[in-house]
Design a binder for this molecule. Sequence first.
Ligand code: MRU
Length: 369
Amino acid sequence: MKIGNKHYQTIWIDESDPSVIKVIDQQKLPFFLEIAELRSVEDVYNAIDSMTVRGAPLIGAAAAFGIYLAALEITVNTNPISHLHNAARYLVSCRPTAVNLAWAVDFVMKKLNEGMSAEELAENSLKAALEICDLEKENCRLIGINGLPLIEEISRKKNGDSVNILTHCNAGWLACIDYGTATAPLYLAHDKGIKLHVWVDETRPRNQGARLTAYELGQHGVPYTIIPDNSGGHLMQHGMVDIVIVGSDRTTRKGDSANKTGTYLKALAAHDNNIPFYSAVPSTSIDFSINDGISEVKIEERDPEEVLKTEGLLHGRIEQVRLCPEDARAANYGFDITPARLITGIITEKGICNATEVSIKEMFPDKFN
Ligand code: MRU
């Protein structure tokens, strides 16, 4: 993805000092483009916790690099493998909803064993983390290719008039390593000259839509309009939304999908207005071990202060202001579950499937053993 004229990924290794992992600091966007440096497991944990890095595929990749940084911390006085197991548990405990976090840590840990020297543990964990980055990038690229025909078809039906796509939160390249999940088909369509326009849900309380999706789309030259989270239903009732495409943090084997809080309400409104609702999901975000989203996915509860305050640019600095009475209480559930029955289809790296166990199994037979 380009920012200005420069190609970026959201995470990479510092070539001049391979003990440093660099990330785009998403707490500063869209106001400042700053690169943060991660030098320890603690740094990685804090970056995920503070949402310096966020989005399901990216937190997985960051945690994978966290294991590598933990391997670099091994000294003669540490038991190497138990040190790495502790680091793995610590990183996985950071955010509960996105399955990519546990998946990525597990992927790296499976490549390591007791017989390896500290150097081999570092080398193998780095290799595995880089493999995850490549895999997530490729998954997103393929989701773009597989989702593109949906937009092309609407464009054809509208005789080339602008296709109006609604999205929630940021399931763009910032949330991934590159391309994005929900955004990948949009970027491809735009690059092919298809006229489109994106309704960007602001996505309270942290405003990942207004801050991050708007930033990305703007950098790519895709026309967009930010809307309050509650406007989608109105737009749908007035024929102003052709399709909804969102990401997912954890999709179950039968297709229930956890995504940023508010996604479910968009799916209900889309269903009521007969508007296709697609979830763009790499297989790394599918938890093949669970069925029922509502009872089996742990929904992250975040600091209520995120609801009580908002953040923006004031006199050249990022500042927070309080929105509520001093003694107000707030609840902050970070995600919700969209039941499979409200999802028209799941766009994966292998193609589009129905949000049913049968269809997901057909697409990923080897995951259903
Ligand atoms: O809390 P966040 O910002 O990490 O939540 C991100 C989302 O909900 C995205 O939609 C999801 O991770 C899918 S991203 C490809």
